[in-house]
Design a protein. Structure first.
Length: 58
């Protein structure tokens, strides 16, 4: 049984701003996945990387 189906998901966030120059950092680019009953998914990144979903920014 499919619980979640995601196709071509992209996400970025803006950072900077103090100098007036906002830059966009891509964190996901065209990600597709299907999560079925009983499966587990983990989002991994560099130790200091922003992991927006775990911080409630989406």
């Amino acid at each position: 049984m499919t619980l979640l189906n995601v196709c071509d998901l992209s996400h970025h966030y803006a950072h900077g701003g103090f100098s007036g120059k906002h830059q966009h950092q891509a964190v996901l680019n065209n990600v597709s996945l299907t999560l079925k009953s009983g499966e587990t998914v983990a989002l991994l990144g560099a130790a200091a990387a922003e992991k927006a979903p775990s911080r409630g920014y989406w």
